[in-house]
Design a protein around this ligand. Structure first.
Ligand SMILES: [Cu+2]
Length: 733
């Protein structure tokens, strides 16, 4: 098939991107009143995000709202951040600036974190100075100093100096307190000459990877959850190359089996222009837009509009802080502030709570991202109102065409209870022949950081029809579906709040003749990529949950629930009352690790000094040589299988930096993994993040093709921040 998309550009695309603090109207009110005619009065929210370093403080005061609040016509600073549009095989260079300082980054004074940062975790720890950085601190109070950042392009095939290693952070340049480290232990950049106190770093991205949906976000050691929750994240799209498809606009001649809905918004289109055309009196830029990246996140807001994030362990236990009377770190192994998981009560889509999107009666392409901290999503589309009452309650399918690392071999029709690969022959599949999903409640399941490139077919729906994107994954850690043939047998999100994501409203005046060009999902043919060769090495790794080795408390003998108030008792002591038992407090953290010869998990910390790991020398771009203790040390160019044994009670999304991998298979403990068994239809392309289910081994296959230091970790960011992350090194053979 002839590739009709544009080839790579010569040279490189250059960006200058800063992280800054500003306010944004996320909740209803402000600038949005001018669009929707309402008079909501929710205040704006202070956020952090990336934006073009040359752009000024957002100012929409000409539109009747206070200055300094995004979105605004004069500035692209927005949460989530603007999409970085890149081309396959065209290098991208970014100067990343840490400008978390006053006066929108121009001032001399650093801004403290707006959320509680636990200094007792193994974290960046700038106050530790060069001797104590990237270690656990001993101060149990929240961190108040300048904020370390380190941007990571999730899924990038990138050299180590530009990957965003968690210990490669740096502080803003300016009034850093005396004795603080200004940069992380592994600070590096593509120049190799940056001293690490300039407030920026220069990263260079190879982009030698197929068209796909990546995203960029902060990755600072032990504080990714708080940095990303504050806002810094955005899409990073790769287009072109052999696998990409034309779209409604970019097609040069009709290619009936491969035209995707498009275009996406183009460079310079602002959030306001795309969402509030009437407000600016400008041309209706959104009229032609058919490809939209959709970042789904959960957040909780305080009454003053500010972001809420739990400030103590008692929040996780659901008790008043006075009712959690135990020793905390540094006097025990229980972190005082960190929560094992964090779930929030509001769904925010592209920086707006529960938005509605006007859509033409046409095919749309949505690039979905689960950008939550801990929350899995199980998404479905249902008609909630329509001039045609027969449509109400009907479900629309997602037609998934791609995942984290490119297109799927076949379009997969996903709807509640079904996941059906389509033959691509143009025939509308007989609904009777739909393929049942793993569980009747399973719809479009997305773990943290997973992406789903989907088509949705709004064609022929009557004017004014409203479709709701619903979420039925639970408001708690996801343990996997039951697999029972009974429907509705798992805990679900609150249908009044987190069970709702967004709405689509069909508007016929948005229809254009170009809409007739996009290929129907059942006729769309995707380009299957070749499989990786057989593995040279097969490793066994493990996922483990830990409880305290120092703190014991009383629990109900039957339910296992802690007795409130939760009071520390000597471990091994006799319970004071019948019906109670003495148990270790937990969980204290989750850890990755290896397997021992008996098949049991050996949990290892980020910095393993137990002797289990092997010290491996790593040379930085700067020329410095560091030693890192690793258990995974693939040889350059090798294809390896990793079998991930999940000994915990929850599902964890595991992400490997650098590589794109295939999901080989899954099996319950004790059974052999059969190739293809347990692999969902939407997992048959290349991925960079995969769900590891409790009690199962999940086997992936990857080729490790750039030398150097990377990480693999759980993408429940609360886990990642507290030891569920390990370094790995690719070494020349
Ligand atoms: Cu996890």
């Amino acid at each position: 098939m002839k590739n009709i998309t544009k080839g790579p550009r010569r040279g490189a695309d250059n960006y200058d991107i800063a992280v800054r603090q500003f306010r944004q109207q996320i909740l209803p009110g402000g600038i949005w009143n001018a669009l929707n005619g309402r008079s909501d009065a929710y205040p704006p929210t202070t956020v952090w995000s990336y934006g073009p370093a040359a752009d000024p403080l957002p100012d929409a005061s000409g539109l009747g709202v206070p200055a300094g609040v995004a979105p605004a016509p004069n500035s692209q600073f927005n949460y989530p951040a603007y999409t970085v549009e890149t081309r396959s095989n065209t290098r991208v260079k970014v100067r990343w600036r840490n400008e978390l300082k006053d006066d929108f980054g121009a001032g001399p004074n650093f801004l403290p974190h707006m959320l509680p940062v636990d200094q007792t975790l193994h974290w960046a720890n700038p106050p530790g100075g060069d001797a104590g950085k990237d270690m656990a601190g001993s101060d149990p109070t929240p961190y108040t100093g300048p904020v370390p950042i380190i941007p990571h392009v999730h899924g990038a095939h990138v050299d180590p100096h530009s990957d965003g290693y968690p210990e490669a952070w740096w502080l803003p340049a300016g009034d850093v307190p005396a004795g603080y480290a200004t940069k992380g232990t592994l600070f590096d950049d593509s120049t190799g000459t940056n001293p690490g106190n300039l407030g920026y770093a220069d990263f260079s991205y190879r982009q030698d990877q197929p068209a796909t949906t990546l995203w960029y976000h902060d990755h600072a050691l032990g504080m990714t959850r708080s940095n990303v929750y504050a806002g810094p994240a955005g899409f990073w799209l790769v287009r072109g190359g052999a696998n990409d498809k034309a779209d409604n606009i970019r097609t040069r001649f009709l290619q009936w089996d491969g035209i995707l809905p498009g275009p996406a918004p183009k460079s310079g289109d602002t959030v306001l222009e795309l969402n509030a055309p009437g407000v600016l009196g400008a041309r209706d830029k959104r009229r032609h837009i058919r490809e939209i990246p959709i970042a789904i996140q959960d957040r909780t807001f305080k009454a003053d509009g500010s972001l809420f994030y739990p400030a103590n362990r008692a929040f996780f236990e659901g008790v008043d802080p006075a009712d959690l009377q135990i020793d905390f770190a540094p006097n025990s192994d229980v972190a005082p502030i960190w929560n094992p998981e964090a779930f929030f009560n509001t769904i925010v889509v592209n920086g707006t709570t529960w938005p509605a999107l006007d859509v033409a009666p046409a095919l749309y392409r949505f690039r979905l991202l689960n950008g939550c901290n801990s929350r899995f999503l199980n998404l479905s589309l249902k008609v909630v109102s329509s001039p045609n009452p027969a449509l109400v309650g009907k479900e629309l399918s997602f037609y998934q065409i791609g995942a984290e690392q490119g297109f799927l071999p076949k379009v997969v029709e996903i709807r509640t209870g079904f996941a059906t690969p389509l033959p691509g022959d143009g025939k509308i599949p007989d609904p009777v022949n739909r393929v049942p999903a793993t569980d009747p409640d399973q719809a479009l399941l997305m773990a943290l950081a997973e992406r789903a490139d989907v088509l949705v077919d709004f064609r022929f729906l009557p004017q004014g029809t409203v479709i709701q994107m619903a979420n039925t994954a639970p408001d708690e850690p996801f343990g996997g579906f039951s697999g029972n043939p009974t429907a509705d047998d798992e805990p679900t999100a609150n249908p009044d709040t987190t069970g709702q994501v967004m709405r689509f409203v069909v508007k016929w005046n948005l229809f254009t003749l170009r809409d007739l060009i996009a290929t129907s999902p059942w006729a769309l043919r995707l380009n299957a990529e070749g499989a990786l060769g057989p593995p040279v090495v097969t490793r066994q790794v493990s996922l483990n949950e830990l409880e305290s080795e120092a703190v014991c408390v009383l629990a109900d003998e039957v339910t296992g629930a802690f007795v409130v108030p939760i009071v520390q008792v000597p471990c091994g002591s006799a319970p004071p009352a019948a019906g109670q038992i003495v148990v270790p407090f937990g969980p204290t953290q989750a850890r990755l690790g290896i397997l021992d010869p008996g098949g049991l998990g050996v949990p290892l910390k980020w910095q393993d000094i137990t002797g289990t790991s092997t010290p491996v020398a790593v040379r930085l771009q700067s020329g410095a040589v560091m030693t890192v203790n690793v258990t995974e040390n693939p040889s350059l160019g090798d294809t390896e299988d990793w079998e991930m044994y999940n000994f915990t009670a929850d599902a964890h999304p595991i992400h490997l930096h650098l590589v794109r991998f295939q999901v080989v298979g899954r099996a319950p403990f004790g059974q052999a993994v059969v190739e293809g068994a347990g692999v969902e239809p939407w997992e048959t392309g290349f991925k960079d993040t995969v769900i590891s289910y409790p009690g199962q081994v999940t086997r992936i296959r990857a080729k490790f093709d750039i030398e150097g230091l990377y990480v693999w970790h759980c993408h429940i960011v609360e886990h990642e921040d507290n030891e569920m992350m390990r370094p790995y090194v690719v070494s020349a053979p």
